[in-house]
Design a protein around this ligand. Structure first.
Ligand code: DCP
Length: 600
């Protein structure tokens, strides 16, 4: 199998660059972006490289930064109703993505300021017509394992790149390195285009997979890129602490180090696959065995829009939320932001979320979350549902919260596209030839769940718009390792940035959260059967289909095949054009319904 070529593009001190573009007077000066609050000048969330040179770091308070670097410019994140407004940074991130998309590769937005790119095909296409790549084409490239002894850094870098180019033979059968050479040239061009079109600089990591590209991306910052030839992985691993690897920054990394008694990635290679599987379960074991050899099969998932939309706020120290009213107030505030962003997202992407997640922390180092099924997208419903979800899980007596809340987050996710609105199952049965033709010509990969749900007679929403009443409580709750740092009062885009944790921690947390969300179950309001919340839409969809099926059966007579059990529901259904569907008529519609059920 030919090796994938993956790049990670990460903007340099992104929020600072955005502020410097707005106020060009700040260019070339030390700048930090501060999430302002009254305690010691607020918390710093981004520091530019000039300020870093003076010793200013993220997580310092504004006052501390001033002590370190008196000439520093502290720019406050804009806020609305005491809540950070990060929209200018998100918009700037989109501009960058638009430039990247000009380069015809699969792009996975990984956060507000970084994206993974799969350059495999683009590189293969280029190789056909590519003339020689010279060091001049790679003016900001570094190559792991190729270092020069020259004192002058730039001369040393250039000499090392030339050495790498000499060794990467385009004509050799093993052309892995040559493909990386071509990719490096392409990423140089892309980064130049990003700068020309947006004014922002970025850095990049180029390797054969996501984990490796992420590992090397930050090695030479700002405004540079680093390539990792596969043959140099052992060299890199020799001094690479286990916890630096994406997905190993959290609990798995700790357990790994403890159980195997290792500190560096190179030590992991000594363990057999069987040993690793026995100690860390099959899936983890195999993954560990592979990653110890620089192998990671995770694809770049072509995705330009976030998987979830959310926001959060910290309430450190004395500001912790102590009453039901305070909780209610902040849930309302968070819901305003989520809904505003949801509306915008709907306009841009025509999709609706299926679930709602409330997260909270009562102490540093602990985090809890609850997931509910979401059917209404307006602020009052979302806030009410979130409040119900939260109150089900925390202790409140006489309106007092037993253990004050230090962190609160709201997010919605598991989006369903409504692009095929006109093709909803309900409309499928409408006797309009025009709409029918349209339906028949469209391949629908995911049924348009929300409309159908609302049209279905039995699913009308009561005072609660999702199935909280009987939501199963998952124990224990304190396994979602998010750290809430009382020193920080940073609000971030839940999908995009975690305020206080390393990237690897973030990935681990996300995995855990996803797992929790996937496991949560609730009884179906129609048949009472316990169904995974994430499968609820599809399950309800099945009821809708049954209802429609029944209605139609009463008006027309053809035989209908037995209905399938809900467990036979596939994850995704494809409605393809069948011969029988080419013209209007009830009998033909019935045949379509039959095939709908038969496919299950
Ligand atoms: N961010 C945030 N809270 C954090 C971390 C980051 O709000 N705890 C925001 C500010 C950053 C942006 O996200 O500018 C991108 O974060 P990065 O971790 O990529 O860091 P920077 O882009 O600031 O710097 P670097 O050049 O080191 O990537």
């Amino acid at each position: 199998m030919r090796e994938r070529i993956v790049a990670l593009v990460d903007m340099d001190c992104f929020f600072c660059q955005v502020e410097q573009r707005i106020n060009p007077e700040l260019k070339g000066k030390p700048v930090a972006v501060v999430q302002y609050n009254k305690w010691r000048g607020g918390g710093i969330i981004a520091v530019n490289y000039e300020a870093r040179a003076c010793g200013v770091t993220r997580h310092m308070r504004g006052d501390e930064a001033k002590e370190k670097c008196p000439e520093i410019n502290l720019v406050h994140v804009p806020s609305i109703n005491d809540k950070a407004d990060t929209s200018r940074y998100r918009e700037a991130g989109k501009e960058v993505i638009n430039v990247i998309c000009q380069f015809n590769c699969a792009v996975q937005r990984a956060s507000v300021d970084e994206a993974f790119l799969d350059l495999t095909e683009a590189v293969d296409k280029r190789i056909g017509g590519e003339t020689q790549v010279s060091a001049d084409h790679l003016p900001s490239t570094h190559v792991v394992g190729f270092e020069s002894q020259l004192e002058n850094k730039e001369e040393g870098r250039s000499e090392a790149v030339q050495e790498w180019l000499r060794k990467s033979d385009a004509s050799s059968e093993d052309d892995h390195d040559y493909r990386l050479v071509v990719a490096a040239k392409m990423v140089e061009e892309m980064r130049r285009a990003i700068f020309t079109q947006t004014g922002f600089t970025c850095s990049a990591g180029i390797a054969h997979n996501k984990i490796l590209s992420k590992l090397v991306c930050g090695m030479h910052k700002p405004n540079q890129q680093t390539v990792l030839p596969i043959s140099k992985v052992p060299f890199l691993y020799e001094t690479l602490p286990v916890k630096k690897v994406r997905l190993l920054g959290g609990k798995l990394g700790d357990t790994l180090m403890e159980k195997l008694g290792i500190n560096y990635m190179s030590e992991l290679e000594k363990f057999s696959e069987a040993e690793l599987c026995q100690k860390f379960e099959q899936r983890n074991g195999q993954w560990l065995y592979n990653i110890a050899r620089g192998i990671d099969n995770e694809e770049v998932e072509a995705r330009l829009i976030p998987k979830s939309i959310g926001c959060c706020k910290r309430f450190p120290g004395k500001t912790a939320l102590k009453t039901k009213q305070e909780l209610d107030h902040w849930i309302q505030e968070l819901a305003v932001e989520v809904c505003a962003r949801l509306d915008k997202d709907y306009e841009e992407n025509c999709r609706r979320p299926r679930n709602l997640v409330v997260q909270w922390s009562v102490e540093v180092g602990s985090s809890n979350s609850k997931t509910g099924f979401l059917s209404h997208f307006d602020q009052p419903c979302l806030a009410r549902d979130a409040m119900i979800l939260l109150c089900k899980s925390i202790s409140i007596e006489n309106n007092k919260v037993k253990v004050p809340i230090q962190f609160l987050g709201l997010s919605v996710g598991k989006f369903t596209e409504e692009r095929n609105k006109a093709n909803s199952i309900a409309k499928f049965f409408k006797p309009s030839n025009a709409s029918e033709t349209k339906v028949n010509e469209t391949i629908v990969s995911d049924p348009p769940v929300p409309e159908v749900k609302q049209e279905a007679p039995l699913i009308k929403t009561g005072p609660m718009s999702f199935f909280l009443r009987n939501l199963k409580k998952k124990e224990p709750e304190k396994n979602d390792e998010r750290v809430a740092d009382p020193q920080m009062s940073v609000e971030t885009d839940e999908d995009e940035k975690e305020p206080v944790k390393s990237d690897s921690d973030k990935d681990d947390e996300k995995d855990k959260r996803c797992q929790d969300e996937e496991e949560a179950e609730a009884p179906c309001p129609q048949c009472g059967k316990s169904v995974k919340i994430l499968d609820m839409s599809e399950h309800l969809d099945h009821h809708v289909a049954q209802e429609l099926h029944k209605e139609l059966n009463q008006s027309v007579t053809p035989a209908i095949p037995p209905q399938p059990s809900t467990s036979a529901l596939p994850k995704k259904r494809k409605y393809t054009k069948s011969k029988n569907q080419s013209a209007g008529g009830d009998a033909k519609k019935i045949r379509s319904i039959q095939s709908f059920f038969n496919k299950k």
